[in-house]
Design a protein around this ligand. Structure first.
Ligand code: GLU
Length: 498
C-alpha cells in the first residue's frame, strides 16, 4: 500500500449540499492538496427512497462552483449494491457475521428488557451461534463482534479514542430487504478505494468503532480519522434551516464568491496565526489538523458578509463581470444588459463599483442601469429639489449647461470602434475617451453650478440619480468618464427636463 494520502467526501444526496457538507469536503480537499494526495467523491445514494437525482446534481454543481475538484471517477453506491451483499456473505463464511431471523418486535423487546435492567439497550445475541442459512424466513445480517476487549483508533483532532467492545452490539449490515446499511457500504468502499484518512462530521463518531471492526474483518489497516466539530448558529444551536440559508447554492445566488465560502468555512475551526483572509493557495499551503480546534465553531453571518467584501475587492474585474453575467442574468432585468458587463467598458465599471459593495448581487444592481442604453426610469422623490422649486429650476439649468459643455468636448470626435459595444450602447466616445478625468468633470460641474448659484452637492444628487439610476452609487464623476456618451448624454438631458 502506498503512503500517499487518499481521502474522500461522501455526501448522501438526500438534500441540497449544505454548509456542513461543504466544510467536510473542504477539509478533505485541503488535506489531500496539502499532502499531494488524492481527493475522491463518493455519492452515498443507497437510500433509494430518500436519494434524488436533483440533489446529486446540486452536489456536483456546488462542488464545481467552489472549485473543490475531485480525482478519479465519482463512485455511486447505488450501482454497487451487489458488491456490498457479496462482502456480507464473505463475512458470514468467515464467521464474522451471521443471519438473524429475530423480528423487529423481538429486538425491540430485548432492548426494553435491557433498559429496564439498567443495561445498555443491545441485541442479545439470540441468533449469534445458530448458523442460520438463507431460507424462507426473512433475515438480516449482523456482525459478530468480539464480546470483550476494546477498539482504539487515532483521531487527528481528538487524539487516541478507545471504546470498550462491550459498548457495541452485533449491528446490522444487511437489512431484511437485502439493502446494505451505511456502516457496511462505507467500509467496503473505503477499503476498495484505499482510504488512508476519513475526515467527516463528528456526528459520525459513534459509527467509527463499528466501522473499526469491519476494517479489521476485511484485513484493512484502519484509516486515521478526523471528526470535525459541528457548526453552530449564532444561538449556539446546531446550524439548520432555522438559521437561514444553509445550502451552498443559495449563497451563490445571494452573490457570495466561492473563495469567500471556502475561506469562511476553513476558519470555522481552523486557524493560522491571526490571519483571516486567505487565498485558496494559502489555505492549501498552511492547512493541517494541528490547528483544528476540538470545540464547535459558530457561523457568523456578519463576518461572512465582511469577508465577501474583502474578496470582492481582490477579485479581477473581468472575472466579477463574468460571474455577474452568468449567475445573475436570469434574476435581474435581462441578459442583454449584463452581457455588456463583459466588455472593456463593463470591466472598468466593475472596477469602480467593486470596492463599494459586499455582494455580487449588489454589483449587479448597480451594473444593470449603467449597461442599459439611453435614459432610465428613476424615482426622484428623495431629491432635495422636490421641496424647493427654485433650486430645481437653477439645478436643471445648470445641468443643461453642463450637458452643452460636455457635448462640445465630445462633438469633434467621430464614433469609436469598441469591443463589446452594440448599436445602442457604447459606440460613441466617453468623456474619458476625449481626455477628461475625474478632476475635469468635477471642475466643469462645479463651475456650471456656481454660475447658476447651485452647490456641487445639490447638482450631483440629481445627476447621480439620473446617470446611475440610483440614489447611492459608485463614484459619479468616475462613472461619467467611463460610460459612453450615448448613455450619459441622454440621461443629463432627461434630468434637465424632469
Ligand atoms: N454519507 C455520510 C453523510 O452524508 C458520510 C459518511 C462518511 O463520511 O463516512 O453523512
Amino acid at each position: 500500500m502506498s503512503d500517499a494520502v487518499r481521502v474522500r467526501f461522501a455526501p448522501s444526496p438526500t438534500g441540497f449540499l449544505h454548509i456542513g457538507g461543504v466544510r467536510a469536503a473542504l477539509f478533505n480537499w485541503l488535506y489531500a492538496r496539502h499532502n499531494g494526495g488524492k481527493f475522491l467523491l463518493r455519492i452515498e445514494d443507497t437510500d433509494l427512497e430518500r436519494s434524488e437525482t436533483r440533489y446529486t446534481d446540486d452536489i456536483l454543481a456546488s462542488m464545481k462552483w467552489l472549485g473543490l475538484n475531485w480525482d478519479e471517477e465519482p463512485i455511486y453506491q447505488s450501482k454497487r449494491l451487489d458488491v456490498y451483499r457479496k462482502k456480507a456473505e464473505e463475512l458470514i463464511e468467515r464467521g464474522q457475521a451471521y443471519r438473524c431471523t429475530c423480528t423487529e418486535a423481538e429486538v425491540e423487546a430485548m432492548r426494553e428488557k435491557a433498559t429496564a435492567a439498567g443495561k445498555k439497550p443491545k441485541y442479545d445475541g439470540t441468533c449469534r451461534e445458530k448458523k442460520i442459512k438463507a431460507g424462507d424466513k426473512p433475515f438480516v445480517i449482523r456482525t459478530k463482534l468480539p464480546l470483550d476487549g476494546y477498539c482504539e483508533f487515532q483521531d487527528l483532532i481528538r487524539g487516541t479514542v478507545r471504546v470498550n467492545n462491550e459498548e457495541l452490539d452485533d449491528f446490522v449490515i444487511v437489512r431484511s430487504s437485502g439493502a446494505p446499511t451505511y456502516n457496511l457500504s462505507v467500509v467496503v468502499d473505503d477499503v476498495e478505494s484505499r482510504m488512508t484518512h476519513v475526515i467527516r462530521g463528528d456526528d459520525h463518531i459513534n459509527n467509527t468503532p463499528k466501522q473499526f471492526h469491519l476494517y479489521q474483518f476485511f484485513k484493512y489497516q484502519v484509516p486515521k480519522f478526523a471528526h470535525l466539530p459541528m457548526i453552530l448558529g449564532a444561538d449556539k444551536k446546531k446550524l439548520s434551516k432555522r438559521h437561514g440559508a444553509v445550502s451552498a447554492n443559495l449563497y451563490r445566488m445571494e452573490g457570495y464568491l466561492p473563495e469567500t465560502m471556502l475561506n469562511f468555512l476553513a476558519r470555522i475551526g481552523w486557524s493560522h496565526g491571526d490571519q483571516e483572509i486567505f487565498t485558496k493557495e494559502e489555505m492549501i499551503q498552511y492547512f493541517d489538523f494541528d490547528h483544528v480546534q476540538k470545540a464547535s465553531g459558530v457561523f457568523n453571518h456578519e463576518k461572512l458578509l465582511w469577508l465577501n467584501g474583502e474578496h470582492m475587492r481582490k477579485a479581477a474585474p473581468a472575472r466579477l463581470a463574468e460571474i455577474a453575467a452568468q449567475d445573475f442574468a436570469e434574476h435581474f432585468k435581462g441578459a442583454a444588459e449584463l452581457d455588456r458587463a463583459r466588455s472593456p467598458i463593463g470591466h472598468q465599471l466593475v472596477a469602480l463599483i467593486q470596492p463599494k459593495v459586499k455582494l455580487v448581487k449588489e454589483l449587479v444592481e448597480q451594473l444593470v442601469p449603467l449597461c442599459t442604453p439611453g435614459a432610465v426610469e428613476v424615482d426622484p422623490s428623495g431629491l432635495k429639489w422636490q421641496k424647493d422649486p427654485a433650486l430645481k429650476t437653477a439645478t436643471q439649468n445648470a445641468i443643461k449647461h453642463a450637458h452643452q459643455a460636455f457635448e462640445a468636448k465630445i462633438k469633434d470626435r467621430i464614433s469609436v470602434t469598441r469591443q463589446g459595444a452594440d448599436e445602442v450602447w457604447g459606440t460613441v466616445p466617453s468623456l474619458g475617451d476625449v481626455g477628461l478625468t475625474h478632476t475635469d468633470v468635477d471642475a466643469i460641474l462645479r463651475q456650471t453650478g456656481e454660475s447658476h448659484g447651485v452647490k456641487l452637492g445639490d447638482l450631483a444628487q440629481p445627476l447621480r440619480l439620473w446617470v446611475t439610476g440610483r440614489m447611492v452609487s459608485a463614484g459619479l464623476f468616475d462613472l461619467m468618464t467611463v460610460l459612453p456618451w450615448d448613455v450619459v448624454g441622454p440621461r443629463l438631458l432627461k434630468a434637465a427636463q424632469a
